[in-house]
Each structure stands twice: as C-alpha cells, then as structure tokens.
Ligand binder design. Structure first.
Ligand SMILES: [Zn+2]
Length: 503
C-alpha cells in the first residue's frame, strides 16, 4: 500500500483554488475510484491519465487506485487536473519519489500520448499557488508566457509526462519562455486619424486621465466610433497588479487559450444585439464565462448605438459602475466577477440620425419615436456619466496630435493624481469617494460657490460630485494644485453639454 500527494488547481469564477490530490494504491480488484465532487470532465481524467501513462512507457498500477480531491466541498471541473492526478498515480506506484511531487502544483491537460496541453485558467491557478506560498509550478508550454508574469512564484513548462519526471529528478531542464511581455510598438489605430473634432479629442483626453464615463452624441459619420476606438492608445499601460487581474480574466474567458499577458487596458465593444449573458457573464455547469463587462476590467467598455441596446442591458450597467463588480446568481454558481471599467457610450441624436444635420436631409422621426429613443438611456444611468459630449459635424480636415503625444500628457496627469492619492486605495479622480470631495478634495472657494449653485440649479448632489471629479482632472492636466473656479465651470459645462437627444 502506498499513498502519494500532489497539488493541482481549479478555477471558480475567475479565481484559482489549489486542489490537493491524494492517490492511494492498494491490493484488490483493479478499479479506479475518484472522489471529491468531480464533474464529468474530471471523471474522464482517469481515462486520459491511464492512456497517457501507458503511452509514455510508464506502468499503470494493478490493484485498487483511490484518488481523492480536496477540499471535498469545492466542485472540480475542467481537464486542468489531469497532470496532478497522473503525477499522484506515478508517486503512489513508486515511479517518481513522493517528495519530488509533494510541494509542486501541476497544471495541465494530458494528451493520450502523454503531452501536456494548454488549459484555460492556467494563470489564476498559478496565482493561487503563489498566494499559498508554493513556488514550484509546472504548467503546459502553451500557457507558459502568461504564467511567468506572476512575480512571486517560478512557473516552468514541460512538454510531456517523461519531461516532467526528468525535470523533477533534476535530469533535464524545463522549458523557459522568452520574455515577450512587451509594450506593443505602434497601435494600428492612431488618434491623428480623427480629423477636425478638436473639442472631442480633448474631451477624450480628459476622460482618459480621470477614467471618466463619457456619452458622445452626434450625427452618423462625425467620428464617434473612430474616437472611442482610439482611447486605448492614449491610456497609460496597466500596472503590475492590473496586468495580473486582467490577464487572469482573459485566461479564463477564452474562447481560445490565451497565452499573452494583457499589458494595455482592454477595450470591449459588444454589439447592441448582445444578450445579457454576453454582457454580464454566463454559467454552464460550474464553468463561469466572464461577459464583456468583466473582460473590460481595468479598461474600457464601449457601447456604440447605445439606445439600440435593450433597456435591461443598459440598466445592468448601473451596479458594476457603482461597485466595480458584476453579481451572478445561478443555481450552480453564485458570486461576483470583477468589472471595474470606464464606460463610453455613443448615440445618434435621433433614430434616423438627421436631427442635428443642417443639410437637405431633415429628421423624419415622430415625437413619440424621439421620446422613446431619448428615454432608452435612463436618468439613473445618465447620472453616472461624467462627460456628455455633443459632437458637431466635421468642419475641418485638420490633423491633430498622435496618440503617443497625447498619451504622454495623460500619463503625466495620472502621475500627479496618483501622488495626491498616495495614502488612499484609489489612483484616479473618478474614484474619489463623495465623502472626501467636500472635505479633503474640495476646490478653491470660488469654485466651491459655483458648485453649490449648480447643486441648487439642476446638477443635484451626485451631479456636483461628478463635476468636481472632472474639475480635478482638468487641474491635473493644467498642473494646478487645486481646481479653480474656471476648472469647476468647465467641468459643469462638460457634464451638461446640451444633449440633442433630451430635447
Ligand atoms: Zn430623426
């Protein structure tokens, strides 16, 4: 009788959890028992492991094999436990020393030839190992580049079962990835592609600095979509902890196995026909597939033709905009996924798109249709928008600055903000809590008076808070220590930019 222990990992939501794999080999009828809430894909692991072990020239044990996966209450799904189970069996049968596998986390699916194949969610598994203090992790070659971004643990890759055994015995080197986590040289899309529209370009820069939510309204063809797609190029690269979180999400989200670290803010632009599941995330069995809101974590969610989205889809944005999380509650999985995104909305001024044009084409929409269109983006959602921008028709072909130049300014202003917030857990102006806006982060006194007037007039308390956050961003861009009266006035104007849709 022999007992061996190894470690694997499973993913629940977008978080990894270590799974202890215990394998017992004893005399008796030749059976393989697998306990510990495995789903069908984990049960199939018995067959994959058996064939992989035999095809690798190793021997499958005679007698009774019992495999226990713990913690027992955690549901196990996916093929990522194959390698850990196979190593446990090899340990229990003396084909590798028990101490060689006891303190290593094994992640990977086994091919029938013994090869170690890439799996979704490898990075969250390595993060879980790092959090548990394990610094030896073996991952599939197809996941290695991504897994090496975890700073506190050493992830290496092996090609197949024999390679794993040789590496653990110290007979063979593991695979090392070339460090390809580099900043992409040039974006294919550059802000200088947007001709004219100086005000809109500048508003996009303000939004990028403070991570402010923005709503762009304009006739078809004025460049709303073009502008929105260029925000990624002017945003600063992600910080280390943001890279880990964003890459972990994309590692789970698929559809194909992703191996590259996400170093730039993600940009998600779902179509207006997207279902609620596509936006919020879906659960199949125990596998959670993150939706567009979660894939946009630390980046931008852009809804083009916003009034064409279903009312339910637009309302579902409200909770993540407040909490930075999207709650999923299904019979087989309940929990929250991270969804801290910057929201960009774009819309035509009316269903036919001609309400703002001064050409021969006149708006043919009925007043009923106009009203329905305007109400589609509800008041509470509009309340969460910092910048409402009316984009006029293109009047000049002047070429503006490139993304690289604007990005330098955005980074400098972000740095000014993060120095101010050094003692706080947030980094951008849009995140300043309302309670601190009236005390520690209030504007100069004249600006304060202006805000008070705005609260009484039309802004309301929430509106004045949003305007003040934008005023801080304007001050950061102008390298001022505190927002002036002019900054506050401009911020109020940006929040109130006359919306043709509301007319
Ligand atoms: Zn119209």
């Amino acid at each position: 009788m022999a007992l061996a222990r190894s470690y694997g990992a499973v993913v629940s939501g977008v978080c990894g959890h270590l799974v202890r794999v215990e394998v017992d080999h004893s005399r008796g009828l030749p059976t393989v028992g697998l306990v510990g809430l495995p789903d069908a894909s984990v049960i199939e692991s018995k067959h994959r492991s058996k064939t992989a072990i035999m095809n690798s020239g190793l021997s499958w044990p005679r007698g009774r094999v019992t495999i226990s996966l713990s913690p027992a209450e955690l549901r196990k799904h996916g093929a990522g436990l194959d390698l850990a189970i196979a190593m446990g069996i090899l340990g229990a049968t003396g084909q590798i020393a028990i101490e060689h596998i006891a303190n290593t986390v094994f992640v990977g699916e086994l091919g029938l030839d013994g090869s170690v194949r890439a799996v979704p969610g490898a990075l969250p598994s390595v993060i879980a190992a790092a959090q548990a203090g394990v610094n030896s992790v073996i991952v599939p070659p197809g996941n290695l580049v991504q897994c090496q971004i975890v700073p506190t643990t050493c992830a290496v890759a092996c090609l197949d079962l024999n390679h794993v055994i040789a590496y653990l015995r110290g007979d063979r080197e593991p695979l090392h990835a070339e460090n390809s986590a580099t900043f992409p040289a040039d974006e294919l899309t550059d802000l200088s592609d947007v001709l004219g529209q100086d005000d809109a370009r500048w508003a996009l820069e303000v939004a990028a600095v403070g991570r402010h939510n923005m709503f762009m309204i304009g006739s078809p063809g004025v460049g709303k979509t073009l502008l929105a797609h260029r925000i990624s190029g002017i945003l600063p690269p992600l910080r280390q902890e943001e890279i880990l979180e964003a890459t972990a999400i994309h590692s789970v989200a698929g559809p194909s196995v992703c191996n590259q670290p996400i170093t730039r803010p993600p940009f998600e632009a779902p179509h207006h026909s997207a279902t609620m599941a596509a936006l919020m995330g879906s659960v199949h069995g125990h596998k959670v597939t993150p939706g567009a809101m979660t894939r946009a974590h630390h980046g931008v969610l852009f809804l083009d033709e916003a009034p064409e989205f279903s009312r339910n889809a637009l309302e579902a944005l409200r909770q993540p905009l407040e909490s930075g999380q999207v709650a999923l509650s299904r019979s087989s999985w309940t929990g929250s996924l991270p969804a801290k995104f910057q929201l960009l909305l774009a819309a035509n001024p009316c269903p036919c798109g001609n309400a703002l044009t001064d050409t021969v084409k006149a708006c043919e929409c009925t007043s009923m249709a106009l009203r329905k269109y305007a109400l589609q983006v509800s008041g509470p959602l509009r309340d969460r928008i910092d910048i409402n921008l009316l984009i006029p028709g293109v009047r000049s072909m002047a070429m503006g600055e490139s993304s690289g130049i604007v990005r330098e300014r955005v980074i400098a202003a972000r740095q000014a903000a993060s120095r101010r917030f050094a003692e706080f857990p947030w980094a951008t102006n849009s995140e300043i809590p309302a309670t601190l806006l009236r005390t520690k982060f209030c504007p100069e006194s004249e600006g304060h008076d202006l805000l008070n007037t705005y609260v009484g007039n039309s802004g309301g308390l929430r509106g004045s808070h949003r305007a003040l956050r934008v005023a801080w961003t304007l001050a950061d861009l102008a390298d001022r220590k505190r927002p002036t009266k002019e900054d506050v006035a401009l911020a109020i104007h940006l929040r109130n930019s006359e919306s043709a849709m509301a007319a």
